[in-house]
Ligand binder design. Sequence first.
Ligand SMILES: Cc1ncc(COP(=O)(O)O)c(C=O)c1O
Length: 405
Amino acid sequence: MFVISTAALKRNTAILRSIKEATGCRVVLALKGFSCWKSFKYFADDLDGCCASGLWEAQLARDHFGKHLITYSPAYDDVDITALCEFSHHLDFNSLSQWYRFRDRVMEHPRFVRGELVCGLRINPEFSTGETALYDPCVAGSRLGIIAEQLVGADLRGLSGLHFHTLCEQNSDALEKTLNVVDEKFGYLLHDPQFKYLNMGGGHWITKTFYDRERLIHLVRNTQEKYQVEVWLEPGEAVAIHTGVLRATVMDVFDSGGHHMAILNISATGHMPDVLEMPYRPDVFLVDSEQSDSAPCVVFREEIYHAAGEPERSIEAAVHTSNPRFTYRLGGPTCLAGDIFGDYSFHRELTIGDTLVFDDMAHYTMVKTTTFNGVKHPSIALQHENGDLEILREFGYADFRDRLS
Ligand SMILES: Cc1ncc(COP(=O)(O)O)c(C=O)c1O
């Protein structure tokens, strides 16, 4: 079961609101990172709206968040443009060929003529700040955004914004360096009064305790003053980080090839694909409590949650100490041989029926789940400030069947 804390969501969005208040910039939720729409009402007041990756997210934003809607997609088709012109407020294009293909239609639309719909272009400063190529829109040969060289002499009539998204889980020093490159390569456009907004995308780890928010405030103010543009931020992760967990149940325990194996009722490939793609190692806790269902989902009380550690490399160290550890390879119930979360050590042996809690599973997990192998999909619940759980959605066989034909 995914359990999301309304208090934790509010804690994050209050921080984002404070950035808005300090700078006058606008902050929207990136739905690609978190789109549990039944939770929106708990924090929508703090934010300016949503950014959507295409028509369906845009519809979700319109129907369940309201406020301002930014849409950016690597490519739109006729159906997308026809619909988005009716209700998106910013429409950002990935390439000049997309913009030229749809420009006349967009510019003739009454909402564009009235100024209710404005358009921008995603730029690629070709300046990588991250380590993981899979998540780096600035890798050589990237398909995301237009590079400075291709803009020289281009006909940019009708555009009034620039958009970049180059960061991933980064502090404001990475933003500062990026803004310097953006200034070098695209500053001439931002100084042109035709350009009225700069969207700095997502990847800002604003709600992490170590994030340098003062520097962000300084950078945003500086950008606004320097170019006289409106600044937009579209965080996904920063809204939902540390707000939710995924609870799993141990279904089987056995030995294989020198490992203790534990098969869980959740799958890495089906429910947590980033564990395999990025890859990364989630924090896992073993819950020792009769009341594991109502235990707080983001405040880990030591008497209830026992942190799983790194695997013990030596059997001596694992067993012959005053504090023995029991290492298990945690895997999912699918056919994929590599459906493995990782090796974790626990303070006691695992038994069938144990509850394991995977931390920080609200962002980029719930939005990516599948029912590969017909594995049961975890239900989704909100945990309210008084501790009560509200089940938002349970999934059944019909959900699996109906998605396939
Ligand atoms: C264009 C764009 N905006 C915003 C985001 C949100 O990024 P994050 O969740 O890292 O803040 C992404 C993430 O991929 C993105 O591609």
